[in-house]
Ligand binder design. Structure first.
Ligand SMILES: *[C@@H]1O[C@H](CO)[C@@H](O)[C@H](O)[C@H]1NC(C)=O
Ligand SMILES: *[C@@H]1O[C@H](CO)[C@@H](O)[C@H](O)[C@H]1NC(C)=O
Ligand SMILES: *[C@@H]1O[C@H](CO)[C@@H](O)[C@H](O)[C@H]1NC(C)=O
Length: 289
């Protein structure tokens, strides 16, 4: 073999190595009454990592369980933002798996985190994306008050709720197109609803479905809500581009059977062929790695 051919062989091997070694890390954001040191959260993160072959991190906020109840979501999202910016592993971008309330922190990361690394895929498990219309023992000082949304009390909700109205760009004169742009830049959005969910009410909120303003019926599908039709956060744009997966699985709140994890979560954590990702969508020019 001549020098030149040898060089080509070396280059081909090198390129192949570079491609297989690009593995996108993910973070897990747990729900209320949970923490990363719980066996359940640690194990789930490890399971996803084992199955996908990608490094995974359970991201803790404050002291875990207690703060998941008492820390306002705005603060939780700020802390999460600072943390992801400090993690060297995430610098090239990352994926997010959110569990229950953790999904509102997840979307805070995607929409509000100035200067944070890009989020590629976002998998939402039982997320109260459009709010919840009832919550047991909900005092104003608890985190869930940030997404409690009673359809017959919409004026109060829009005026005094501190978190979800901003996250969903619901307040007419305060919509921020940056939040929409950031959410729309996701490569994949996977919304998983649990058929027997009794914690997220209505369970359809996990797909961005909710009640109409002022009434408890009829329950609207995501596509019938103004958030979607007026495209407040880019859900319609993402859906039109084929990037939203509406998934319904059997089971109670957040109880996901392993085969469903394999089918609906793992594929979005696995390394995507780099040729799919490395193009500037506007100019169609390949991006440098
Ligand atoms: C952790 O995950 C493994 C594999 O899925 C499972 O067999 C085990 O029971 C889990 N342990 C806990 C504490 O959940
Ligand atoms: C992940 O893989 C490691 C190493 O094979 C194994 O020890 C561990 O039990 C697995 N954990 C889960 C939750 O699957
Ligand atoms: C919208 O959000 C971005 C990002 O946080 C912020 O820089 C900008 O000032 C906001 N715009 C308005 C009009 O509030």
């Amino acid at each position: 073999m001549g020098k030149k051919q040898f060089g080509i062989v070396v280059a081909v091997v090198f390129i192949a190595l570079v491609q297989v070694s690009v593995s996108v890390p993910f973070i897990l954001l747990h729900g209320i009454s949970a923490e990363c040191s719980d066996d359940k959260e640690a194990n789930f993160t490890q399971l996803l990592s084992n199955l996908s072959g990608s490094p995974g991190f359970c991201l803790e906020i404050g002291n875990g369980n207690r703060d998941s109840w008492f820390m306002p979501l705005t603060k939780q999202a700020e802390i999460a933002c600072e943390k992801v910016k400090q993690m060297k592993e995430l610098r090239q971008g990352y994926n997010i798996v959110g569990r229950s309330q953790g999904n509102l922190v997840a979307r805070g990361l995607i929409e509000f985190c100035d200067g944070g690394p890009p989020v590629h895929n976002y998998i939402s498990l039982a997320g109260p994306q459009a709010g919840i219309s009832s919550v047991p023992m909900c005092g104003d000082h608890l985190a869930p008050s940030g997404y409690l949304k009673i359809p017959t009390e919409m004026t109060k909700y829009l005026e005094s709720s501190k978190y979800l109205p901003r996250l969903n760009n619901e307040i007419p004169n305060q919509r921020n197109s940056t939040y929409k742009d950031r959410f729309t830049s996701l490569h994949n959005l996977v919304l998983v609803m649990f058929e027997d969910d009794k914690v997220i009410v209505p369970k359809d909120s996990s797909w961005f479905g909710f009640y109409p303003e002022g009434e408890f019926e009829p329950l609207l599908s995501a596509q019938q809500t103004k958030l979607y039709t007026e495209d407040w956060i880019g859900l319609k744009t993402l859906d039109a581009a084929g990037k939203v997966k509406f998934v319904s699985v059997a089971g109670e709140h957040i109880r996901m059977a392993n085969p469903d994890v394999v089918k609906y979560v793992v594929p979005y954590l696995q390394t995507q062929p780099s040729s799919q990702q490395r193009f500037n969508r506007k100019t169609k020019q390949p991006l440098r790695p």
